[in-house]
Design a protein around this ligand. Structure first.
Ligand SMILES: [Zn+2]
Length: 255
């Protein structure tokens, strides 16, 4: 069994062959997935998918790249939708200093407001971080995000930062990059962070693992992430798949 904690099956890249993609995932043992919505169209589609597939759950929030577009009504809308029993987290949210569509101060404000919302709803949060580690850690501390905890999604930072996040009640989620030959940091994180604090994800259609790097990613490939972690830790694939599935269920409150 496998739990892909971060998929974008609500993306247009899957509009042609979604059922085949899901069948392949189920065949590889992917028991559950969390579909992530981060703007109006993808949140709407995520809510449709969780109605259609009983093994699918949703995380909904506002992406930092589009922070400038978020209106007060959008946050209210997310709050209403989050009352659905299959919405298990808020996000992805965070900071992205690579793209400059939204100014840093706007991103930070939208990030803080979503942490506050998640605390009100008592839901964990899913963090997107690109080139903004120091500010992310500061805001998580200042907003006392440890109260709800959550996921450092597709974590690419150092072991030190990973440990700091674990101390703040966050799980470290590894995706395709841990399988890349030159990905030194994710491999170190896989080795150093205890299994009970690790999750696995694809972030599909992005970041496909080796040997599919550069191609469209899909949930069945999460198996490759689990196999790589098993190899790096020197433990069995079954141990990794079971533990990461249990971790996800605990975090999301899924029985
Ligand atoms: Zn994502």
């Amino acid at each position: 069994m496998l739990f892909d904690t971060h998929v974008h099956l609500n993306a247009e890249q899957f509009s042609e062959d979604l059922n085949e993609v899901i069948d392949r995932a189920r065949t590889e043992g992917v028991q559950n997935m969390v579909v992530v919505g981060f703007d109006r169209p993808t949140i709407t589609r995520a809510m449709e998918l969780i109605e259609e597939y009983d093994f699918m759950y949703a995380s909904i929030g506002w992406h930092p790249v589009d922070a400038i577009d978020m209106r007060d009504e959008d946050l209210g809308w997310i709050e209403e939708l989050a009352k659905h029993p299959k919405v298990v987290a808020i996000g992805e949210m965070g900071l992205d200093y690579y793209w400059d569509k939204s100014p840093k101060n706007v991103q930070q404000e939208v990030f803080r407001r979503q942490i506050q919302l998640a605390k009100k709803l008592k839901l964990p949060i899913v963090i997107h971080n690109r080139e903004a580690t120091a500010d992310i850690v500061t805001i998580l501390k200042e907003e006392n995000a440890a109260e709800v905890g959550g996921i450092m999604h597709c974590f690419s930072g150092s072991v030190e930062v990973a440990k700091e996040c674990v101390e703040m009640n966050f799980y470290i989620s590894l995706g395709g990059p841990v399988t890349f030959k030159n990905a030194k940091k994710p491999k170190e994180v896989a080795q150093e962070i205890p299994l009970h604090k690790l999750l696995i994800e694809t972030d599909c259609p992005y970041l496909a693992p080796h040997p599919y790097r550069g191609k469209r990613n899909e949930p069945s490939y999460v198996k490759l992430v689990a196999e790589q972690i098993a190899e790096l830790k020197g433990i069995s694939y079954e141990e990794v798949s079971q533990a990461t599935t249990e971790n996800a269920k605990i975090l999301f409150g899924i029985k």
